[in-house]
Design a protein around this ligand. Structure first.
Ligand code: IMP
Ligand code: MG
Length: 175
């Protein structure tokens, strides 16, 4: 990875927005929510969000689910596979599903059905980036960090072919 792209959403803007998302979500949280981050892209967002919850007096349990959309690099596909499921029992629980980006909507739609089928009491979906230009199916989301224009977004957990996940800000690249 030679090229380091400039920030489109800076670290400060991310921190402010994640704090605001947490403050808006906390009144909706029940006493024992389970936060489930979607791997790998949401790892950084999930980590920051749960720290904000703690600062606001909410101590959620935390789990992760790994999905694959059968794509590599900037390609996407409709088929979404759950590569590794979460392990906490979610039946009757309030689940906060944390995802990096919604593009076509297939991934979140698949995940939402997955959790509804497991009998969650309530599912809240939080997504850091919304790319409405890519939408192919309608999905309801409870909170969005930033709505972004078409393009390929990396950093703060999001990758291009495995690169850029550790960038502390969001950038747009030309794949
Ligand atoms: P969807 O199923 O088309 O909504 O795509 C969602 C998944 O595709 C996300 O969880 C990401 O892993 C990946 N994805 C879509 N757009 C981007 C992007 O701009 N950058 C990085 N990953 C993306
Ligand atoms: Mg993802």
């Amino acid at each position: 990875m030679a090229f380091i792209p400039p920030a489109y959403v800076s670290q400060d803007e991310l921190a402010d927005r994640v704090g605001a998302l947490a403050r808006a979500l906390v009144p909706r949280l029940r006493c024992e929510p389970i936060v489930i981050g979607v791997m790998k892209g949401a790892f950084m967002f999930t980590a920051d969000l749960v720290r904000q919850f703690h600062a606001l007096g909410i101590a959620p349990r935390l789990d992760f689910i790994t999905v694959s959309s059968y794509g590599f690099g900037a390609q996407r596909a409709d088929a979404v596979a759950i590569v590794q499921d979460h392990s906490l029992e979610v039946n009757q629980a309030q689940v906060v599903l944390v995802e990096d980006i919604i593009d076509s909507g297939h991934t979140l739609k698949t995940l939402q059905s997955h959790f509804i089928n497991k009998g969650v009491a309530e599912l809240l979906t939080v997504v850091l980036l919304d790319k409405p230009s890519g939408r192919a199916t309608s999905v309801l989301v409870d909170s969005v960090g930033f709505t972004v224009p078409d393009g390929f977004w990396v950093g703060y957990g999001l990758d291009y072919a495995g690169n850029y996940r550790g960038l502390p800000y969001i950038a747009r690249i030309q794949p």
